[in-house]
Design a protein around this ligand. Structure first.
Ligand SMILES: NC(=O)c1ccc[n+]([C@@H]2O[C@H](COP(=O)([O-])OP(=O)(O)OC[C@H]3O[C@@H](n4cnc5c(N)ncnc54)[C@H](OP(=O)(O)O)[C@@H]3O)[C@@H](O)[C@H]2O)c1
Length: 344
């Protein structure tokens, strides 16, 4: 038996839902059935840090592309610390950082899992960045490389540019010599920060965006448009694209349908594509996913990729965290801190 350096809660609690619905109505902090110590090939993992994503709320609300069997624990992304390793476990030891298993639900104080099923995460990356490594940065990396063979000097355009994905896109694009046009709801609020990350242009996502863009870009139309908003914003992106441009949709923050402008669709031979990280991760070769994560870890470690954090709440204050996550004007991600964040 290994020496334990973390206090394992005797009755771990989790943010659970027994029916899909509005998160503020269906989520409750409940004790979980839990048997510790674990089996010889298992480990006990304590939540270190988790993220609140729009898709977490979609999953709880019943609108996401993949739903959990109920009752379920909410939350998709986060890291944990191994608090106890069974006698036969050779790959992990107490103190090691792992990705919290997604399918079981992440917003929980502790989980028991087979050591072989867990993904190790480097400990030399700050917890507040490491916990966000698995969904948004890989999405940004993949939408930049899977759809158009972009060359240094090419332009791309995106909306919701101040989102976590948007900020990753700016930083990764800059690192590859690409230029970015970034549409945001409030350019006064976000321009300075996004330009510091490497954004070339930051424009208000309104009816004047195309005019402003035409003046700024002249003949170099974007080859790739990244849409996570929908509605009129997606039309602006489509109109901004050059001939044979590709618009990739990976989010729908307005919940408004994407309608395509017929002229551009026909005369510029525009292509519309969709991207879902979840599907990519489940269908990609293990080495491909590991390669993407290694790239992300390396950039988080050297600081060339950084995601803004708005606030950190203790897990039990999840209701306040969700209210903050849904509030207009936050600047970065809302995180949930678990008992694995404090080394005892
Ligand atoms: N398909 C995939 O695999 C995949 C993977 C990762 C993320 N996503 C999607 O990508 C999007 C961004 O995710 P994230 O985690 O990076 O988001 P985030 O950091 O939480 O940021 C949310 C963004 O959405 C904007 N927004 C919110 N409500 C809006 C509205 N009604 N109209 C226009 N913009 C609005 C926000 O702008 P303000 O700051 O102005 O409020 C902000 O830019 C989400 O739709 C998410 O579901 C998809």
């Amino acid at each position: 038996m290994r020496r334990m350096s973390y206090a394992i809660p005797t009755q771990p609690r989790a943010v659970r839902y027994h029916a899909t619905g509005k998160p503020e109505e269906v989520l409750h902090f409940e004790a979980l059935p839990f048997t510790s110590p674990c089996a010889d090939d298992e480990v006990v993992v304590l939540l270190e840090m988790a993220v609140v994503h729009p898709s977490d709320l979609g999953m709880v609300g019943g609108t996401y592309g993949r739903l959990r069997t109920l009752p379920a624990v909410a939350g998709r992304e986060g890291t944990g610390r191994v608090a106890f390793a069974g006698a036969a476990v050779t790959t992990l030891k107490p103190g090691d950082r792992v990705r919290m298993p997604e399918d079981e639900g992440v917003w929980r104080e502790a989980v028991i899992a087979k050591a072989s099923a867990l993904r190790s995460v480097p400990t030399d990356i700050p917890a507040e960045q490491a916990c966000m490594a698995f969904i948004n940065p890989p999405t940004a990396l993949l939408v930049l490389q899977e759809f158009v063979a972009l060359q240094p000097g090419d332009w791309i355009i995106q909306n919701a540019a101040n989102s976590a994905v948007g900020e990753c896109v700016i930083q990764l694009a800059r690192a590859h010599g690409l230029h970015t046009v970034n549409l945001v709801r409030s350019s006064e609020k976000h321009a300075r920060h996004l330009k510091a990350l490497g954004a070339d242009l930051v424009l208000a996502d309104d009816k004047d965006a195309l005019k402003a863009l035409a003046g700024a870009l002249q003949r170099q139309a974007p080859r790739l448009a990244l849409n996570s908003v929908g509605g009129p914003s997606a039309i602006t992106l489509t109109r901004a694209l050059g001939d044979n441009g590709v618009l990739v949709t990976f989010g729908g923050m307005t919940s408004e349908a994407i309608r395509f402008p017929t002229r551009e669709f026909i005369f510029k031979n525009i292509t519309y594509r969709g991207f879902w990280m979840d599907r990519w991760a489940r269908t990609a070769k293990a080495e491909a996913l590991q390669g993407v994560l290694e790239t992300v870890f390396a950039r988080l470690r050297d600081g060339s990729l950084h995601m803004a954090v708005d606030s950190v709440y203790p897990l039990e204050d999840f209701a306040a965290a969700l209210a903050r996550a849904g509030a207009y004007g936050r600047s970065g991600k809302v995180l949930l801190r678990g008992p694995g964040a404090v080394h005892t």
